[in-house]
Design a protein around this ligand. Structure first.
Ligand SMILES: [Zn+2]
Length: 214
């Protein structure tokens, strides 16, 4: 290889690296708030507060909706439907989940995190943020936009509420259920890793006793 051809090869490699990272090959660990469709925007009814308990968010639980993905129905309509079911057919004050990630990847604010969620299964919902991803993940696959939204939502929530990586779990870690499904459950390891990496990065070096020694 001549010097010229070697130089050209290096330039080609450098050029090839640009679209690779632009496609998201390098994870961007941002704890910024992602776009969230708030309750007023999707037309939420008032919560029924006498049915609800206040909480302090200390953990995050991941769910699937347990029904197949419905790409033709808007996120807003799904959120209104879930709230109507929760306050009507169920004795709950509001949607059982705090955040809902639709098949398109759009995130909806379902219940105020200052109040504990609700469940059909036997486990404590107290002090836990409930995040549901649309689909039945023994059959559906989470879409790429859903996983990207889940990652950014969980990093933001963990950062905002000072929730450690180990406090992120799936519904079936606590109760007898298939939720959040075989095809979503493995992604919890990715979520824990992202949260751990983000909190490490945010920690000032002076607060780390190991580095202070050196
Ligand atoms: Zn669940």
């Amino acid at each position: 290889m001549t010097f010229e051809s070697r130089k050209r090869a290096i330039i080609l490699c450098a050029a090839a690296a640009i679209p690779f990272s632009a496609l998201g090959a390098t994870p961007v660990l941002s704890a910024d708030k992602p776009d969230i469709v708030d309750r007023a925007t999707w037309g939420a009814k008032k919560p029924i507060l006498k049915r609800m308990k206040r909480q302090k968010a200390r953990e995050i639980i991941i769910h699937h909706t347990g029904v197949r993905q419905q790409p033709k129905i808007s996120l807003e309509r799904k959120l209104r439907g879930l709230q109507g079911y929760s306050q009507g057919e169920k004795p709950w004050g509001d949607s059982p989940y705090h955040y809902y990630i639709g098949v398109s990847g759009r995130i909806g604010e379902a219940r105020n995190v200052a109040f504990a969620g609700d469940t059909n299964t036997k486990y404590s919902v107290q002090d836990r943020i409930q995040v549901v991803v649309e689909g039945h993940f023994d059959r559906d696959r989470p879409t790429k936009p859903q996983l990207a939204s889940l990652d950014s939502l969980i990093i933001w929530l963990a950062h905002k509420h000072k929730i450690p990586a180990k406090a992120i779990s799936g519904h079936n870690d606590h109760a007898q259920t298939d939720c959040p499904g075989k095809r979503l459950k493995p992604h919890l390891l990715v979520l824990r890793k992202l949260v751990a990496e983000t909190s490490m990065r945010d920690k000032p070096a002076a607060q780390n006793p190991a580095s202070a020694e050196n």
